[in-house]
Structure formats: structure tokens, C-alpha cells
Design a protein around this ligand. Structure first.
Ligand code: SOE
Length: 386
């Protein structure tokens, strides 16, 4: 069976998720399109890279991503680093002729994303952005039902992404609160996942109107380059640094189809952990998804007899998208890991077939344009056409 060598840049939270997917993908999807070989993992120094290699099952560790992406024995470059590094790594990898998967958001701004898109198009390589949640089987089922016309014409979309890991004002100043590293706050970090849902399920977004706010203007400076995501509580006496990104976005959407929608996102919503949801209303029914109960899709068909009308709960399993590779019985449990395994499967299917996957860098660029428009709309307090 064909094997393909992967260089993964970044051995943190996302590195863990991607490394697990490389190992597990052929266990789930067999025959696999190709067997990913965990060749090299790159981290900020050699000691951390070696530790990541041992932990995540890579043959080698390296502290030099430039040398790694230029190597002849690397087929795929996987970018799992903070947002400010995506463009430089992706452009170098494209010039070296590597297929690329990048963590989301594709870049800090649409301008940066466009340079990445131009590079991969010029190189003719396969490119993908890791908006993994659309690969939850229940979300893929929602798309299938919509494509089949089962809920009619879409009238509106309501999406949320609420977390609470940054609600403590003394939780650390992660790079996710720094504009020069992250580009934006909640908008880029989690709002873009919902924008991806909206485009995947309803279609292109034509205009946005947003209110964006920073609720906690300073946070304790974090030592040691580790992205703590609020874990461990805060140190109220530590030196504080400026938060120059948004903590909250509340955005109205107008779709090209004429449908309307909204997205709310916050990482300061006490009690919400990974409350990534959508509710879609069509002329013939409705669909509701809540990632905290991600095994299930709630579906309502308006032509059901009056005495049983209402939302039904469908637990995804073998009959549903990706069911051939996942667990044989519905409700055994779909997790974050499975979304990454499916993403890996679709990436290697794309590489071996030569057909671009979705979301590609084209989608990643478009989503960055929408994120930029959400920021601009918040500043001008008006609708902005995208
Ligand atoms: C932090 O908000 C974060 O890690 C996001 O960056 C991820 O994209 C999301 O999946 C989980 O939360």
C-alpha cells in the first residue's frame, strides 16, 4: 500500500490531535487511501521536538521547519502552529511542492490568506484547512438532508460557539489574545468554525453586521510559550499584558441566496464548554445540532402527521456519512478525535485522487475575508458586503 511521509510543524494541542489521526486513520478507514508515515515533527527547540517525536510516534524531531519542508522525502506538510506562522510555512512548503494541511483560521488576515492561496495554486499542490467540525457525521448528515431538499429552501441559520476557558480575568495572556499573533480573538479562533458551518450548509455569505467587544482588556503575562487556554486559574498578582482582540462577536449574516442568519461567539460564556451549535429553518422543516451532544442530529419535517410533529433525534451510525469507517452501533460515541481522523482520511483521499478537498485554501481565504468584514463591520457599526 502507498505510504506518504508527513512533516508536522507544531507539537502542541493540535499536534496531538493530528498525530493521533495519522496513526488511527487506517485503523478506521480500510483500505486507507495511503498510509501516513509520521516522519518528522518540528517544535521550537530540539529538546521539545525530540519529546514530541517520542510522544506522538514520529521518526524524528527537528527545530528547523525551513530545512524540514525543503526535504525530498516529505510529501505532506501539516501546519499546527499559531496563526502568525501559517503563511510563511505554507508558502515555503508550496514552493517545495508539498501538499499542505493548515490549522484554522488559515491566516491572520485575508491579505495573508490570499498570498497562501496564490502559492498553493501556483505550485499545483493539494491544500486543506482544518475546519474539522464539519466532519462530525451529524453535521455531514445535515448537509446531506439539505442537499436532498428534505427541509426545503433554507430561510435562516442561527449558529453559536460559546466556551468559557477565558472567562476568568486572571487566566493567562495566551497568544490567542494578541493581535499580532492571532489576527483576531473569538472571531478568528472560534467564530470562523461557525462561518465554515454556515457556508457549508447554507451557502455563500454576502454581507455581515457585527458587534464585537473586548470584555477583559488585560491578562497575566504567560511564561514559557505554552498555550494554557485558561487551565490552572490565574495569578492576580502577575504582570499583565494588553488584550488587543475581541472577546465576543454578535453577528448578523445575509447569504447570497437571500437567507438570513446570525452567529454568536464568546470564550467568556460561563458554563459553556464547547457549545458549537446551529439551528437551520427551511420551508419544509428544521435541523438542530449541538456539538456537546455530537452523536445526534435533531430533525423536524413539517409534513409529519400532526400527532407526531416535532424534532426527532437521529444518532449517527453506519447508515450515515463516514459510517463505513466509524463504530458499528449508533451512539457508541463520536468525539473530537473522530473528526480529526475523518479529516485525515479526506486529506489523503484528495492527495491520492488529485481532487482538491473542501475546505481548501480557497475556502480558508474566503473565511478570512468574512472575518475581516466582521471586524470592519464592528468598527463602522454597519452592514459590510463581503
Ligand atoms: C480554543 O478556543 C480552541 O482550541 C480553538 O482554537 C479550536 O479551534 C476549537 O476546536 C477548540 O477551542
Amino acid at each position: 500500500m502507498k505510504t506518504m511521509n508527513v512533516a508536522m510543524i507544531g507539537g502542541g494541542f493540535m499536534g496531538k490531535a493530528h498525530a493521533m489521526a495519522y496513526a488511527a486513520m487506517p485503523m478506521f478507514f480500510w483500505p486507507a487511501p495511503a498510509i501516513p508515515v509520521r516522519k518528522v515533527v518540528v517544535d521550537i527547540d530540539q529538546a521539545r521536538a525530540d519529546e514530541a517525536a517520542t510522544r506522538f510516534g514520529f521518526e524524528e524531531g527537528s527545530a528547523d521547519w525551513r530545512a524540514v519542508v525543503a526535504r525530498d522525502d516529505i510529501d505532506v506538510v501539516d501546519i499546527c502552529t499559531p496563526n502568525d506562522t501559517h503563511a510563511e510555512i505554507a508558502i515555503a512548503a508550496a514552493k517545495a511542492g508539498k501538499h499542505i494541511i493548515s490549522e484554522k483560521p488559515l491566516a491572520r488576515t485575508a491579505e495573508e490568506a490570499k498570498a497562501m492561496l496564490d502559492a498553493v495554486q501556483a505550485a499545483g499542490v493539494i491544500h486543506m484547512v482544518a475546519f474539522n467540525y464539519r466532519r462530525t457525521p451529524a453535521v455531514a448528515l445535515a448537509r446531506k438532508l439539505i442537499d436532498e431538499g428534505r427541509i426545503g429552501e433554507i430561510v435562516n441559520f442561527r449558529g453559536t460557539y460559546l466556551q468559557d476557558w477565558s472567562a476568568d480575568p486572571d487566566s493567562p495572556l495566551s497568544w490567542r489574545f494578541q493581535k499580532d499573533v492571532a489576527g483576531s480573538g473569538t472571531i478568528g479562533d472560534i467564530g470562523t468554525h461557525v462561518v465554515d458551518f454556515a457556508r457549508y450548509l447554507v451557502g455563500e455569505i454576502a454581507a455581515v453586521n457585527s458587534v464585537n467587544r473586548t470584555l477583559i482588556p488585560t491578562r497575566p503575562v504567560q511564561e514559557g510559550n505554552v498555550d494554557k487556554l485558561g487551565v490552572g486559574g490565574g495569578d492576580a498578582n502577575a504582570k499583565r499584558g494588553i488584550v488587543d482582540v475581541d472577546d465576543e462577536m454578535i453577528t448578523q449574516l445575509r447569504f447570497s441566496s437571500g437567507a438570513y442568519g446570525s452567529i454568536e461567539a464568546s470564550r467568556n460564556a460561563h458554563g459553556r464548554n464547547n457549545y458549537l451549535t446551529f439551528e437551520i429553518h427551511g420551508t419544509k422543516g428544521s435541523i438542530l445540532f449541538d456539538y456537546e451532544h455530537r452523536d445526534a442530529l435533531q430533525v423536524m419535517f413539517a409534513d409529519d402527521p400532526a400527532d407526531v410533529r416535532g424534532f426527532r433525534t437521529i444518532y449517527t451510525g453506519a447508515a450515515h456519512p463516514y459510517g463505513e469507517g466509524l463504530w458499528p452501533i449508533p451512539a457508541l460515541g463520536i468525539g473530537y478525535g473522530e473528526t480529526k481522523i475523518i479529516e485525515c482520511y479526506d486529506l489523503f483521499r484528495a492527495i491520492t485522487s488529485g481532487e482538491q478537498p473542501s475546505p481548501s485554501f480557497d475556502d480558508g481565504f474566503r473565511i478570512c475575508q468574512i472575518a475581516d468584514a466582521i471586524i470592519a463591520s464592528g468598527e463602522s457599526q454597519s452592514w459590510i458586503e463581503v
